[in-house]
Design a protein around this ligand. Structure first.
Ligand code: NAG
Ligand code: NAG
Ligand code: NAG
Ligand code: NAG
Ligand code: NAG
Ligand code: NAG
Length: 367
């Protein structure tokens, strides 16, 4: 429905042109159907030809091999349909030097979707064979920067090592619908489903996210992020994580904020901290961490989870505490289920503004 409206908008705006409406141009890139050959050049030339207002079609039943990065930025007011399978090559030596497999830089009004939920992107863990993760070397599957009005829907992402989606650098208007991230038959779940920083208006709706780090990570200056009707399934058991919605506000100096967050109808499955807030152990300069207007409404926990709400701050006297929490309008409503540990949502320092509240709390803790 959302997508239909979006295309109507596109059609309406092209109606403004005096000429008669030309049909959407369709490009179907050829595939070598050979894992040792790179289909990226064919996809890039389809983007050059049909990316401006047209459609790129990767048909059902066709397999494409991605041996080099794909810049989707040329998809402007374009419909990029993945109905077949995109397989990322298992060449860690190559991928470990790349920032991302797919990038969108200053993109506008792109739709990347599967028509009929048949599209699969298999990252094949970029060929990593050990369980050792090198976060600084692991590419993102998608990196979206300085872009607006980008829609993703109906895709399954498998064997994503590292982060599935990075959304940053002033991006505004990101829509993720009906996505299955870290699909069940994956051998490796992603570390993080979404990493959102310096971005606003990000909508994650009806997604299933499997992760062993965080399903959704909110980094400095993320605002107006809504996660609705979404299931988070975590595995792995590090001391710190995993987590459902994680606020990681330890980076930088000065002010970092997370504002206007809505998490609604959220299912959390696995031994995780459902909501985790980290303020970091040390910062050299005074750092204000602002969390304003964050609502968690109707959170169902299955597992038991580790803890419903986990807040970690540096204890006064234990470390050089220079982070100041400024939390206003942050409420946890209708949490239900079981947790191994109780939640004590209290700030530790007298300088902190600690505006957390709970309503309809129905969490059984202690096992
Ligand atoms: C961001 O994108 C806009 C177009 O939407 C462009 O004019 C601007 O130069 C881009 N900024 C950067 C830093 O890339
Ligand atoms: C949610 O997404 C799945 C695909 O992951 C789809 O089959 C289902 O129809 C969607 N549900 C709604 C209510 O849109
Ligand atoms: C966040 O926003 C504040 C205030 O606008 C700015 O000073 C800070 O540099 C931003 N941080 C990041 C990581 O974008
Ligand atoms: C609070 O956040 C929600 C969710 O993003 C938003 O819809 C609402 O407008 C925000 N309220 C204010 C007062 O900014
Ligand atoms: C609460 O969320 C669950 C899914 O997590 C959903 O099935 C249920 O209908 C929601 N309840 C309300 C009152 O919206
Ligand atoms: C705390 O955040 C609120 C809401 O954004 C803001 O109005 C207030 O000025 C901040 N207070 C401090 C002490 O930073």
């Amino acid at each position: 429905m959302i997508l239909t409206l979006f295309f109507l908008t596109l059609l309406t705006s092209s109606n403004a042109l005096p000429s008669t409406l030309s049909p959407r141009e369709i490009c179907t890139p050829a595939s070598f159907s050979n894992p040792s050959k790179d289909d990226t050049p064919a996809i890039l030339s389809a983007l050059q030809k049909c990316g401006n207002g047209g459609r790129i079609l990767l048909p059902k039943g066709t397999t494409y091999t991605i041996r080099s990065p794909i810049d989707l930025s040329a998809c402007q007011a374009c419909d990029f349909q993945i109905n077949g399978l995109l397989g990322v090559s298992t060449d860690w030596n190559f991928w470990s030097g790349q920032h991302a497999v797919f990038t969108i830089i200053s993109g506008q009004a792109a739709v990347i979707r599967s028509d009929g939920n048949t599209g699969i992107i298999n990252a094949n863990s970029y060929g990593v064979t050990t369980s050792y993760k090198e976060p600084s070397k692991t590419p993102k599957l998608f990196s979206i920067t300085n872009s607006s009005n980008i829609h993703f829907s109906g895709l399954k992402l498998k064997n994503v090592y590292g982060t599935a989606f990075e959304v940053t650098a002033k991006t505004t208007g990101m829509y993720f619908y009906d996505m299955d991230i870290g699909t069940e038959d994956s051998t490796a779940p992603p570390t993080d489903g979404f990493q959102i920083s310096d971005a606003k208006h990000v909508y994650i709706n009806n997604n299933t996210i499997r992760a062993d780090g965080a399903c959704v990570m909110l980094l400095p200056n993320a605002s107006n992020v809504q996660v609705e009707d979404t299931t988070c399934i975590t595995s792995g058991s590090t001391n710190l994580g995993p987590s459902g919605i994680e606020f990681q506000l330890v980076i930088g100096t000065g002010l970092s904020y997370v504002r206007n967050i809505l998490v609604k109808n959220f299912r959390a499955i696995g031994t995780m901290n459902v909501v985790a807030l980290w303020t970091g152990q040390e910062t050299r300069e005074v750092h204000t961490i602002e969390i304003a207007n964050a609502t968690f409404d109707n959170v169902t926990m299955e597992g038991p989870v580790k803890q419903a709400v986990y807040l970690e701050q540096c204890r006064p006297g234990w470390c050089d505490y220079k982070a100041r929490l400024n939390v206003t309008g942050t409420s946890f409503r209708k949490f239900k289920g079981a947790a191994l540990k109780g939640s004590e949502i209290k700030c530790l320092n007298k300088e902190d503004v600690c505006g957390f509240s709970e309503e309809g709390w129905n969490v059984k803790s202690g096992g």
